[in-house]
Design a protein around this ligand. Structure first.
Ligand SMILES: [Zn+2]
Length: 138
């Protein structure tokens, strides 16, 4: 059983017909929802293997499409159809764009400018200045 009240054998019947890559049972673009459910069940413990398997099938589907309709191939659509749905759900939060990330050197300079004076810095205070590093009278 798939865990959804449908047998895995039933889900496995939803295979692609080439070169159209439509399901032989429900005629939806493959992988149809039952096929996805079956694949998720079979590969529940190895999503990477599922993604690799579907990459191979996506390659075959694109090659078939290029033979039959060479001017109608949408790589993004194929990726969404074959691969994108295999990602873990919910998807991880996106990383901020590189331009929005703090610059490490700037962060360190800011930290250093706000940090209390270290013991080594205090040792450099000239004698007779009342402890002020700039030499001004306290
Ligand atoms: Zn189907």
């Amino acid at each position: 059983m798939s865990g959804y009240g449908v047998s895995l054998a039933e889900l496995r019947r939803h295979v692609a017909a080439r070169p159209t890559w439509r399901c032989r049972v429900c005629a939806a673009p493959w992988p149809c929802q039952p096929a996805k459910l079956g694949l998720r069940t079979e590969y529940a413990r190895d999503r990477v293997a599922l993604a690799i398997y579907l990459c191979v099938l996506m390659h075959d589907a694109i090659a078939d499409r290029l033979r039959t309709h060479p001017d109608q191939v949408d790589p993004t659509g194929y990726f969404d159809r074959f691969i994108a749905w295999t990602r873990p759900w919910p998807p991880p939060a996106p990383s901020p764009p590189a331009d929005d990330r703090p610059d490490l050197h700037q962060t360190l300079d800011t930290y250093r400018s706000q940090a209390p004076v270290s013991v080594q810095d205090s040792a450099r205070v000239p004698p007779g200045t009342g402890g002020r590093a700039d030499g001004a009278a306290p």
